[in-house]
Ligand binder design. Sequence first.
Ligand SMILES: *Cc1c(COP(=O)(O)O)cnc(C)c1O
Length: 373
Amino acid sequence: MITPRVEVDIDKIRHNACHLVQCLGRRGIAVTGVTKAVCGHPEIAQALLDGGVSGLADARIENIEHMRRSGILAPISLLRPSTPAQADRVVRYCTASYNTELDTIRALGRAALRLKIVHEVILMIEMGDMREGIMPDDLADAARAVIDMPGVVLKGIGANFACLGGIAPDARDMIELNKLADEVETVCGLHLDTISGGNSANLPWALGQVNTLNINDLRLGEAIMLGVYPLSGHRIDGLFTDAFSLFAEVIESKMKPNAPSRSGSARDMQENGGIIDPLRDWRSILAIGNQDTDIDGLTLPTDLASLRGTSDQFVIKIAGHNLPVGTEISLQPNYSALMRVMNASSVAKVVRDRKSRVQTDPEDRYSSYLALV
Ligand SMILES: *Cc1c(COP(=O)(O)O)cnc(C)c1O
């Protein structure tokens, strides 16, 4: 089969979404399925919906347009604040958007009026991550301004954690977010539909709580796709961590020196005839590089070790045996590797699900190897 390729196990993604929807549903929290790491891949988006998420969200309008063109009708919100120039596209394709700038929201309102629709706005609050968000002290004024704007309605508030600052939210942050929601509701005399408590980094809090206050939404990407807690990398109970596998092919395998050297010293080592040179190892090169993915974010099968990636080649070390040219190696991407690989036109995407299982070649010489990994 073609390499490099990502194989996507739709059943596992659907299962992960469904499991989180159920666990969080018991706590009064709905799941918004975040598709940005998979570039709005329509079959994956559909798996999230089949798993029971209440809506979808993506950071890029292009990805959302792709999902709409593929026939996805569910509510989709734009996570990253848009530019005013994108307002027409945003209101046309997105049910709601997360925003921090009144000028942009005004542009969204004008665009919505032109289309004779109402666009939903969720205000993002800065709560320590140092990325997007209105300062808490300015929230009530911003909310009042949005309420007075034609073409938009204030749907809710949200906060983001651990994206830039790397600090997980805790119970105090959630109490604070809850207070801010109460304040907006009191000051503006309205009910907020959505109080969105963060991304996958907030799952330890959400799953560990009996009382989740008024927080009624989490925006989850990594936890569903990869089945792990983002900050610790630990598996989330009950979830699959191998819904995505990246396959790359061996293009060279040779016994080679272990350290960079000038050509003369490399020859010296080769002439060390008969004696096993501790400074040499079996090394292979895979036809994949940093232009396709984040090489440092790939996990290899246990008998292989990563040496280094360049733009187009990935050098690996093999314990004690050779890997024939043409061998396919299965690699597990982390979130950073996943988002790059899904965005790379050089990497094929192969979707497997129960209905249409990809047929593996029974004559495949390396199937036994693959079965091990
Ligand atoms: C990316 C993103 C998410 C989803 O984050 P995960 O860690 O993948 O769950 C949620 N909210 C915002 C604003 C984001 O940018």
